[in-house]
Structure formats: structure tokens, C-alpha cells
Design a binder for this molecule. Structure first.
Ligand code: THU
Length: 133
């Protein structure tokens, strides 16, 4: 099932409202689109022990997988207006585990939606096949 990047980004904007980011004050929202058309929202959740913080994108993946949804086609990510929010390296790796061919949308500092394939953002990713060679 498809959804426009703009519509998926609108869901990411909603997800961002739930961010728990009292330390960085950098709230992030993510909307993960599954093959079955379902959308799974995630926000960043920080912790007083800073390193335990989880990014919005991985939160969305954990939520979806926990509900039995593991096939994804796209993710949209947003920070506040004027700030770009391309997914961090850890989130790229986690997304790659489930959907190497997915599309990734994020907003640049001018609010335009940028679009890339995950394989462009994380070429030559480590994966299950490497473990089994
Ligand atoms: N953050 C995300 O949620 N996603 C990213 O891809 C980059 C960073 C969060 C983590 C932390 O709560 C805050 O942004 C500042 O790094």
C-alpha cells in the first residue's frame, strides 16, 4: 500500500509531539509505513542516563515489530522546523535489518522533504547473510 511522502511526514509531525527530550530539547518524530498500509509512530525518548536514549526511528521499529509487523516500505522523520533530521547511523542499521529497499524521507532546514533509498544511506550494510557466509 502506498502513501505520499507528504502524508507520511504529516504523521511524523504528529509523532514528534510525544517526544520526551528534556535534555537535548531536540524532539524528533518518525512514521514508519508497513507493506500492509499500517503506520507506526515513534518519538525519541531520553533518559537521565543519557546513553539510554532511544531515537524516534528505532522506537517506531521496536513498536511495529512488537506488534508483529516486520515488512516496511518507507519512513518519514522530522525534527523541529528549520532543523534537518536525517536518521542516525544506528537507526539506518536497524531499518536495514527489516527493509533494505525502503525509502527514507526527512526534512531539510528549509522544510523540503528529501528522499533517499536506505541502500544509498547505508551502502554495504552488515546483515544476516554476512553471519551465514
Ligand atoms: N535523535 C533521533 O531521535 N533520531 C535521529 O536520527 C537522530 C537523533 C534524537 C536522539 C536524542 O534524543 C536527540 O535526537 C538529540 O540527539
Amino acid at each position: 500500500m502506498s502513501m505520499t511522502p507528504k502524508a507520511l511526514m504529516a504523521e511524523a509531525v504528529k509523532a514528534r509531539k510525544r517526544a520526551y527530550a528534556p535534555y537535548s530539547r531536540f524532539a524528533v518524530g518518525a512514521a514508519l509505513l508497513a507493506k500492509d498500509g499500517s503506520v507506526h509512530l515513534g518519538c525519541n525518548v531520553e533518559n537521565a542516563s543519557y546513553g539510554l536514549t532511544i531515537c524516534a526511528e528505532r522506537n517506531a521499529v521496536w513498536k511495529a515489530v512488537s506488534e508483529g509487523v516486520t515488512e516496511f516500505t518507507a519512513i518519514a522523520v522530522t525534527a523541529r522546523d528549520g532543523r534537518g533530521a536525517p536518521p542516525c547511523g544506528s537507526c539506518r542499521q536497524v531499518l536495514h535489518e527489516f527493509a533494505p529497499n525502503m525509502s527514507v524521507y526527512w526534512r531539510d532546514a528549509r522544510g523540503r522533504i528529501l528522499k533517499r533509498k536506505l541502500t544509498e544511506l547505508l551502502p554495504n550494510a552488515f546483515n544476516l547473510a554476512d553471519l551465514r557466509k
